[in-house]
Design a protein around this ligand. Structure first.
Ligand SMILES: Nc1ncnc2c1ncn2[C@@H]1O[C@H](COP(=O)(O)OP(=O)(O)OP(=O)(O)O)[C@@H](O)[C@H]1O
Length: 303
């Protein structure tokens, strides 16, 4: 369990993280989302003691990172900035980290196997592809078999097989009862991996809710109806207070009413239906609505 209480980090006038209070619970994957510059990496750095908060606290199992006796056995982190020396082999890189926390060498071989790098364990990291380096970073995070994992953009550079592999790994780590905090800009990947979402913008909390709740709260949830009497149905649904659009000939898209409401209304008025189906909002759509007001480095600035 990770507990943030009034966590704040200022760089001069600017608050990178502002008064963040939340609990990241074990046994589920918590997705950590926010526009560029929202403060995700800073939050992860504060949790892992790489930066000190200006005020507030970040506790892991009730203690700050600096007070953990065997930090690698309690927290594993894959953070963007951490990289291996290109002249070292994968195995010697991991052995160095393992030694720093009294982790036995056999664990190094076990994590190399787990991330699929056994065959290149004695190759220099400098010759690794981005995806292989990412796997090595994940191996380092898992070295101490920690109960808490912080993964900042772990799918970066991975091919589709690698992406699927990491999704399954992350889900199994959470299923074993670990606390997993995962940041990613890939919304479809997040939708498939996370159970719970924490969304921040300009350092502040925007949402802390189960993914189903975030998706259900989107205005983009709608019902698609196809009918040979679409225009009559449109009038009746509008009269009943629903909002109706016509995306195509004989089709209407309804918000403000459930499948059951629409089906019953059509039945009452003798309107035949050829299709009645839920169009669920994607995480990308729900996320865009949530963060619209807090995009810091948007298109306008970038151009
Ligand atoms: N060392 C630093 N000195 C000054 N400002 C910083 C420093 N580190 C981060 N910031 C600022 O704090 C804000 C939050 O940055 P952070 O990297 O945590 O965002 P992020 O959500 O991880 O963004 P991204 O999605 O782009 O990785 C940004 O405005 C950034 O410029």
């Amino acid at each position: 369990m990770i507990v943030l209480d009034g966590l704040t980090k200022r760089y001069g006038e600017k608050a990178a993280v502002a008064d963040l209070t939340l609990e990241i619970e074990p046994g589920r994957v918590t997705g950590f989302l926010g526009p560029n510059g929202a403060g995700k990496s800073t939050t992860m750095r504060l949790i892992t003691g790489l930066d000190a908060p200006t005020s507030g606290s970040a506790l892991i199992g009730g203690r700050p990172y600096a007070a953990l006796r065997h930090p690698l056995r309690e927290v594993g982190a894959l953070l963007e900035a951490r990289s291996a020396h290109p002249g070292r082999t994968a195995r010697s890189h991991l052995l160095g980290i393992a030694r720093s926390d009294g982790i036995p060498a056999r664990r190094v071989d076990a994590v190399l196997e787990l991330v699929g790098l056994t065959s290149v364990a004695r190759k220099r990291v400098g010759s690794f592809s981005l995806g292989m380096r990412q796997r090595l970073g994940i191996a380092a995070a898992l070295l101490g078999d920690p109960g808490v994992l912080l993964l900042d953009e772990p799918v970066n550079g991975l091919d589709p097989d690698g992406v699927r592999w990491i999704r399954e790994l992350i889900r199994s780590l959470a299923a074993e009862g670990r606390t997993v905090l995962l940041s990613s800009h890939l919304m479809s990947e997040m939708q498939d991996t996370a159970d719970h979402l924490v969304v921040i913008g300009r350092g502040r909390l925007i949402a802390d809710a189960p993914i189903g709740e975030v998706l259900g709260g989107s205005s983009r949830n709608a019902v698609l109806v196809r009918s040979p009497k679409a225009s009559e149905l449109r009038e009746r649904l509008t009269h009943a207070g629903m909002t109706v659009e016509s995306p195509g000939e004989g089709e209407i898209l309804v918000t403000g009413g459930s499948l059951d409401d629409i089906g019953e209304l059509a039945f009452r008025h003798g309107v035949p239906l050829y299709e009645l189906s839920a169009r669920r909002a994607t995480l990308e759509q729900a996320y865009m609505e949530l963060t619209a007001a807090s995009v810091e480095y948007g298109e306008r600035e970038a151009k």
